[in-house]
Design a protein around this ligand. Structure first.
Ligand code: CBY
Length: 434
């Protein structure tokens, strides 16, 4: 064999010997991309009143290479304007998500984003989260899902953060991974993505001193992955349907930390595809959080220096009927029981609402009938309305309190704007500690 033929072979051999960060990705094959159309039309047709809530959608569509430059520009504008107008009032995670979305890839030209300024502000918001933990019994201003988004964005966009602090914060034993003693798969998954970024930056970096942290990071990841896998359900879901997409991303980037037989990616993918066809992802944010994993992408593919991909021909978006967010409300009325529970005090009322109504409609009806007992306030979140106060009692992250939603005694996995009530339901908002 002549030398010129041998060279590529030698190269291939050497390449296979280089230790790689293990990535085991299962993605929907292109022939089945039509199954993803409902997600894409939900996202493209979503009309967010607050631009910042579009960040998740923008990030997801850019990672998937789905938009054309025109659609992309519109969404960028929306997110960018929201960031500029609202900078001081954004939570750390909202800003982190906006940075990830705006810098997901390098666009053709258009508006240039001043990352360094935004990343500096994020660094300050992240510091404020840690300060709050010091002052309030380890409780951040927001939550660990957002702190992980912060670390991920600071890590991917060369912001300032201390590795020792990250290791301390993201310790798998922290109470902040749990709500009602239940491990939050969404939170754990985001922490794994953040830790993976930090780990990669240490291994590819110049600073050899930092390599001493690798072992602790490995231990954290191994433990978090075990906790995520312990929430694997018989049908393949990881946590619930809304945490599965991000958990898949975490498992894609960390196959070094579990055995192949511990997770059947195809099974998880199959149940998600079934749920898509049954309309489980009508919320744009829900659609945005599941899509990357189905296309074999993760938030670690974000790279502000690599060119964006546009308008995949595999999708035929324009002809798609948008899925309406609110299910059809019929004229027939149903009766439900609604109660507000504070410690041992229960106040309840029977209300009748149109069939197909959501939890929020019930609360509004109850408020109309008795404003003293059933008054409440909501805030718009990227997952729809979020109850902040009931009868003037306010949720507070410093003491881990919130208004919990239940139906027939069971904790709901949907918010007030999306949970469709059934005749005879026993609905409850309960003053709880998570
Ligand atoms: N995002 C965040 O900051 C939210 C992070 C998150 C882990 C999030 C779930 C996961 C995600 N993928 O976005 C989260 N929820 C948190 C942290 C919280 C807490 C918020 C307060 C805090 N410390 O920041 C808290 C109080 C424990 C919480 N979620 C409450 C609730 C209930 C809201 C009730 C209300 N007052 O309106 C509710 C409805 C549960 C209940 N039965 O009371 C709830 N959450 C649900 C259902 C959800 C899921 C939403 C699913 C859906 N289809 O609507 C969720 C995806 C999410 C949003 N919560 Co929380 C979790 C899941 O089921 N997989 C970052 C920011 C930039 O956007």
């Amino acid at each position: 064999m002549r030398q010129s033929y041998q060279l590529p072979l030698v190269g291939l051999l050497l390449f296979s010997l280089i230790p790689r960060q293990q990535c085991e990705i299962c993605e929907v094959s292109k022939e089945y991309y039509t199954a993803l159309n409902p997600l894409i039309s939900t996202m493209i047709n979503s009309k967010y009143t607050k631009g910042i809530h579009a960040a998740n959608v923008l990030l997801s569509l850019r990672l998937g290479g789905i938009l054309n430059p025109n659609q992309e520009q519109q969404l960028i504008q929306q997110v960018d304007t929201a960031v500029e107008n609202k900078k001081p009032s954004l939570t750390s995670g909202q800003l982190a998500l906006a940075i990830l979305a705006l810098g997901a890839c390098k666009g053709p030209d258009g508006i240039s984003i001043n990352y360094s300024e935004l990343v500096k502000i994020l660094g300050n918001k992240y510091k404020a989260e840690i300060k709050n933990m010091e002052d309030h019994d380890g409780n951040p201003l927001t939550n660990y899902y957002q702190l992980s988004l912060d670390i991920l964005a600071l890590c991917l966009f060369s912001g300032n953060y201390s590795i020792t602090e990250v290791i301390k914060i993201l310790d798998p034993e922290s109470k902040n991974y749990y709500f009602h003693e239940q491990f939050s798969v969404d939170t754990g998954a985001m922490a794994v993505l953040a830790l993976t970024c930090v780990k990669r930056s240490i291994t590819s970096g110049q600073n050899k001193i930092d390599t001493k942290y690798l072992e602790t990071i490995d231990n954290h990841m191994e433990s978090l992955i075990a906790k995520i896998l312990s929430q694997k359900k018989e049908n393949g879901l990881l946590g619930n349907i809304y945490s599965t997409g991000e958990a898949m991303q975490a498992l894609f980037v960390s196959s070094d930390y579990y055995n192949k037989n511990q997770w059947d990616c195809q099974k998880t993918q199959a149940i998600v595809l079934t749920e898509i066809s049954q309309g489980a992802f009508r919320m744009p944010t829900a659609a945005a959080q599941i899509l990357p994993a189905l296309m074999g992408k993760t938030y670690l593919d974000i790279n502000k220096d690599s060119s964006c991909v546009y308008g995949s021909d595999n999708f035929n978006i324009s002809t798609q009927e948008p899925i309406s967010v609110t299910p059809a409300v019929s004229h027939s009325q149903i009766e439900v029981n609604y109660s507000v529970v504070v410690n041992n005090q229960i106040d309840n009322i029977m209300v009748s609402v149109a069939d197909g109504s959501v939890f929020l409609d019930v609360m509004e009806k109850a408020q109309k009938e008795n404003a003293t007992l059933f008054s409440f306030t909501v805030e718009e979140s990227s997952w729809g309305p979020y109850i902040t106060t009931v009868r003037g009692i306010k949720a507070n992250n410093n003491d881990r309190t919130y208004w919990e939603l239940l139906s027939n005694g069971k904790h709901l996995s949907q918010g007030v704007g999306s949970y469709v009530v059934h005749a005879g339901d026993d609905l409850e908002v309960r003053w709880s500690t998570y």
